[in-house]
Design a protein around this ligand. Sequence first.
Ligand code: KG4
Ligand code: ZN
Length: 371
Amino acid sequence: MKILAIETSCDETAAAIVRDGTTLIHSVIASSSEMYRKWGGIVPEVAAREQLKSMIPVLSDALFPLQQSVYSNLQPFDAISEHIDAIAVTVGPGLIGSLLVGVETAKTIALITGKPIIPVNHVIAHMYANFIRNRTDERLSLSREKENNNTITFPAVSLVVSGGHTELYLLKSPDELTWLGGTIDDAAGEAFDKTARLLGFENRGGRAIEQAASEFSVQRSKFGIKLPRPFLPDQPYNFSFSGLKTAVVREVNSLKKHQQLNNKTIGQLAFEIQESITDVLVKKTLKAAQEFNATSALISGGVAANKRLREKFKLSIQPSNNLTIHAPPAAFCTDNAVTIACCAYYLGTPLNWREVNASPTLSSDSTKDLH
Ligand code: KG4
Ligand code: ZN
């Protein structure tokens, strides 16, 4: 089954074609994230306008491999009619203006070609990046016995860590999932982004913190800043990172007061922020894995691109646990349409275009509530 997927929930415009939820045929992404440097965050109206402009070129590029045939060059809609079985589209959660661009484009394609639409929950979709088989670069797939153990076995626990969400799920099979817990305030990506701004970095600060932390860890000084690890012992599968942000505000103000906020202390704070967030994410995921006898742990979402997080999961493989850790290549951790196509294959319900609507506040703790 070949699915054409569209993703426009935040500031990316993406389209991809995936076969049987596992084989990537083509993926195209355009992002307007660079535009927000001067504003320090995404401007929804600007994001939606850029997506309107990018949607058709992105779609056209994504369809290109389908249009080529030995006998003829197919027109885009003929290529969809001939080769595609369903159109998947992110219906939520996300920015309403952005979601509408993708949803209305999917409806137009469905109306013209008669193909069904599969509505997809963006947060849940992130974890399905782990099911892609033909992209091995930077993929983390590690068990006690061997590296590159690509087989996902069940039960599996799944940690989704994106800009707005930190969620833990239990999967009994690829299409049977239960929500275990999530963030009660700031998500992990949000904590990276907000603390990055406090340290003077620009929009989407996770990568900037990772960079500053890696520079610091190479030339560690004796000067010690220690930040809290919000483990929430009585809420094992919930997350709360707003206290970490408050602690960073306190440290930054104190360093400023003593005229000690410089590259070295910024590096040290970045290092501690990354250690704190990754310690919490790894500990809670492993606890869930242990409690539910999981044999795989899937990591996904933008924060899963973080090398220190991947390293900590790798180091967590103990002789005592029969657990394989899986994380997608970094390009499939951040927003893309490949995850949407994979998720649609495993979880989707094909619908008529009239039944599909954008749903900006779609919940991530339910798999039934997709449209
Ligand atoms: O999944 P994603 O692309 O978009 C959402 O659905 O939100 O995640 C974006 C988040 C941002 O908070 C960004 O700072 C974070 O992922 N991120 C990282 C890294 N790359 C992206 N956080 C830590 N380390 C990274 N290397
Ligand atoms: Zn996302």
